[in-house]
Design a protein around this ligand. Structure first.
Ligand SMILES: NC(=O)c1ccc[n+]([C@@H]2O[C@H](COP(=O)([O-])OP(=O)(O)OC[C@H]3O[C@@H](n4cnc5c(N)ncnc54)[C@H](O)[C@@H]3O)[C@@H](O)[C@H]2O)c1
Length: 459
């Protein structure tokens, strides 16, 4: 921060969503004066009431404790010495980065920025976007970056749900083309990050995108294995366990619904610049096909026409209330094509009535018992810890003969599909069976114990 302080705020965070708000609160907790800007009046009102507009671990306590205010008045961005842009950068329907939110902010900056202000782009962007912002700012203001105003790209690499922890444990990459911009950005992030790495705009953009797409690819490998194992009648979890046990060059990643606001989108940001078929396109294809694969393979076991179906989980990844870019609506739509009698959804992190504008879907969120009662087929569509920890209870509520699709292995059975067997009258025990029961398992204590699986879908 500069010694002479003409600004009421050290930092202004533009876009206090899932990334911007935890960052703003963490910077405020570090002792900086921080203000948040957002065009969504509901977000601003919630923040000023000191309540979180979404679930993020540790933030409920932080928002009550720190001094932080938010406003919808975007013209007040001239009041902050450093501006961190964290607006959304989604993908359009076709493979194209949607820069509309960023456009509005850059237009606003061009009008009200004053010499000396430092702009830090933190939204995830396609390669070349920071350079585009530099040109636009310079063209609109007549000022020079590095002399009159300052600009850097400082990617956000946290995982949702771990923001508060990771903001202070992950190194911060600072992409800057001049010393002044680097020093200013570093002076903000050294409040949080243990290490700061300096590079140029494009390298910083690529670090962020490739951190994410490499995860997208290794989850795709696990999903491909799930498809292949099913095709040849093997258990993916047995194969994974044996492939990795005691072997130093492991298969990373576990199967699951892999999308979310980061992984799928970041694939698109690289792919839009590439006219050729590439590795990421194939990863996208396998990850995107998982809902259809599960429906088709379930159909091969039990007719879904006229069936009662339960879907457990709706959000895009474990223990979040974020529905953006979830693959579960896609699963729901494929199931509807089978003309079932009913589909009931249970999602512990959402309210009773779910209005999912992102997916154009409205539904009554059932209790777990209500969702699975009498169901012929159950799809475990998210790996929430509550499903894993309470799976015995879920299984007990299922009707005899119900089929379960458990891509995530929340049940710990190591099976992607299995049927709730009829009670064994002599022993009173229940066990899953699908007609090709194993004689023994190699590592029963580990595979059947329902280990904590990080799973895919982290965006
Ligand atoms: N969510 C994640 O886990 C994550 C992780 C790393 C990086 N990112 C990246 O961070 C960026 C933000 O993602 P997010 O998940 O926080 O999105 P988000 O939609 O939760 O937050 C964006 C916020 O910006 C606000 N906004 C839009 N236009 C605005 C404007 N003109 N002025 C002020 N506010 C405006 C929106 O109302 C919203 O509250 C994206 O580029 C994303 O790819 C996200």
């Amino acid at each position: 921060m500069s010694n002479v302080q003409p600004y009421p705020y050290d930092v202004g965070v533009v876009g206090i969503g899932r990334v911007g708000l935890p960052l703003a609160l963490s910077l405020a907790a570090s002792g900086l004066k921080v203000v948040g800007f957002d065009v969504n009046p509901d977000t601003v009102a919630a923040v000023n009431r000191k309540t979180m507009p979404f679930i993020e671990k540790g933030c409920d306590e932080l928002i009550r404790r720190v001094e932080f205010e938010a406003t919808t008045d975007g013209d007040r961005i001239s009041e902050a010495e450093n501006l961190i842009i964290t607006v959304g950068t989604p993908l359009r329907h076709h493979v194209e980065a949607d820069l509309s939110q960023l456009d509005v902010v850059v237009e606003q900056l061009s009008r009200v920025l004053t010499p000396g202000q430092n702009v830090i782009l933190r939204s995830t962007v396609a390669p070349g976007t920071t350079e585009f912002v530099r040109r636009r700012l310079e063209a609109a203001t007549g000022w020079k970056v590095g002399k009159d105003i300052f600009l850097s790209f400082c990617p956000e690499r946290i995982a949702e749900g771990k923001a508060i922890e990771e903001l202070t444990t992950l190194p911060q990459i600072v992409g800057a083309q001049d010393e002044g911009s680097f020093r200013r950005a570093a002076s903000v992030f050294e409040r949080l990050a243990p290490e700061i790495f300096r590079t140029d705009y494009v390298s910083a953009e690529l670090v962020k995108l490739f951190n994410n797409v490499s995860r997208y690819v290794y989850f795709a490998v696990a999903n491909q294995l799930a498809v292949t194992a099913e095709q040849f009648g093997a258990s993916i979890y047995d194969v994974l366990e044996m492939a990795n046990r005691g072997y130093p060059r492991k298969i990373h990643g576990l199967p699951g619904f892999t999308a979310g606001t980061c992984l799928r989108k970041d694939f698109g940001m690289l792919n839009e610049a590439n006219p050729y078929s590439d590795l990421f396109l194939n990863a996208w294809k396998i990850n995107e096909s998982m809902p259809k694969f599960l429906v088709d393979r379930m159909k091969a076991r039990v007719s879904l026409h006229g069936a009662r179906i339960a879907i457990l989980g709706y959000t895009f990844k474990q223990d979040t209330d974020d529905t953006r870019d979830s693959l579960v609506p896609k699963l729901y739509r494929y199931l509807k094509r089978e003309v079932p009698a009913e589909i009931r959804i249970h999602e512990p992190f959402l309210p009773r009535i779910v209005e999912d504008r992102w997916n154009d879907l409205r539904f009554e969120n059932r209790t777990m018992e209500d969702a699975v009662a009498g169901a012929d087929a159950v799809f475990v569509a998210a790996n929430h810890l509550a499903f894993r920890d309470g799976f015995a209870e879920i299984a007990a509520t299922l009707k005899e003969g119900a089929w379960i699709s458990d891509l995530w292995n929340v049940s710990g059975t190591g099976r992607m599909f299995y049927q709730k067997a009829k009670k064994e009258r002599e022993t009173g025990e229940e066990h899953p069976g699908d007609g090709r029961e194993r004689v023994y398992r190699l590592f029963p204590s580990e595979t059947a114990g329902g280990q904590r699986m990080p799973g895919a879908g982290a965006g």
